[in-house]
Ligand binder design. Structure first.
Ligand SMILES: Nc1ncnc2c1ncn2[C@@H]1O[C@H](COP(=O)(O)OP(=O)(O)O)[C@@H](O)[C@H]1O
Ligand SMILES: [Mg+2]
Length: 283
């Protein structure tokens, strides 16, 4: 069984330890996994067939673990017959917050009220201050802001001109959220992230992490989402309302494992590779 572990080169440097972990575990499981950079890959369409080539000219692998945010690359890989984790549908959905909220609204999953801006900006905001402003494709909390007045609103409209924007109510318990780590149909663990100094609980912005146990009701909510999708490895993130109930916030496609490793000794990489192996051998 051959696979590619796909990264962009800069991200690979930052994640050298995680990559090493993947290569060690795959060797133990008898999987031939090769680190591949996106700039080594070329997609082509010839005589109606999509094909992916790698610079060195190796034959296509059985599967790819795509650890870069590039839904169009995943689409090419998949159409070239390579099983992708996460798959192209999940990559396209999870990396676009507006698409994700539209899809999950169909499942009647609780979320904060929000407005989408995909075209002409509104002169005045469609909801009262303070509210949350975020881009549809942002990551790591960098493009998430708490808007407090008109001057800030106008500055954000200029700064994020021509981007797709979400404007949301501030959830009832700011500075706290929970990430549920999922492999396939299974909830692996949940991590509570909290920040005392920021309404954003992102780990990369200094949020603290602790293990969180979902209650039965919360687990049912997560399962309802899991039932609908063919996930590989994802994070499903929730905010808390004023009564401590979960509100869906986002899905993370290229989900990191730093917080999970901080609070548990779960071997998430081995679990993921075992899942992939089972998936590929069960057909
Ligand atoms: N509507 C909201 N109400 C309260 N807090 C929010 C809201 N939206 C986001 N946050 C906080 O900001 C953080 C970053 O927002 P998020 O939507 O996850 O964007 P990113 O993809 O950049 O992580 C969340 O983890 C959460 O702590
Ligand atoms: Mg987030």
């Amino acid at each position: 069984m051959r696979g590619w572990l796909i990264y962009n080169q800069a991200e690979a440097k930052r994640n050298a330890a995680f990559i090493e972990w993947f290569l060690e575990e795959s060797a133990q499981l008898g999987i031939d996994l090769q680190l591949v950079y996106i700039n080594q890959l070329y997609g082509a369409l010839r005589n109606g067939c999509v094909d992916i080539q790698i610079k060195m000219g190796d034959p296509s692998p059985d599967f790819a673990i795509v650890r870069t945010i590039d839904p169009l690359l995943t689409a090419q890989l998949e159409q070239a017959g390579i099983a992708c984790f996460n798959n192209a549908q999940i990559a396209a959905l999870a990396n676009d917050k507006i698409r994700t909220h539209l899809a999950l609204a169909k499942l009647a999953i609780p979320m904060v009220d929000m407005h989408f801006q995909t075209g002409i900006p509104l002169d005045d905001p469609p909801l009262p201050y303070p509210f949350v402003w975020k881009t549809s494709t942002g990551r790591g909390g960098k493009d998430v802001h708490l808007v407090k007045d008109k001057a800030q609103y106008e500055a954000l409209q200029i700064r994020y001109r021509n981007q797709h924007i979400l404007m949301q109510e501030l959830a009832g318990t700011p500075g706290k959220d929970v990430r549920v780590f999922v492999i396939g149909k299974e909830i692996i663990a949940s991590v509570l992230r909290s920040s005392a100094q920021d309404f954003r609980a992102n780990h990369s912005l200094g949020g603290n992490a602790s293990l969180y146990t979902l209650n039965a009701q919360e687990e049912m909510l997560v399962q309802k989402i899991i039932d609908q999708y063919d996930f590989g490895f994802v994070g499903i993130d929730f905010l808390f309302d004023g009564n401590g109930r979960l509100l869906f916030n986002e899905m993370e496609d290229v989900v990191g494992s730093r917080t999970l490793s901080q609070v548990s000794d779960i071997n998430i990489v081995r679990l993921y590779l075992q899942f992939i192996k089972n998936r590929l051998t069960s057909f």
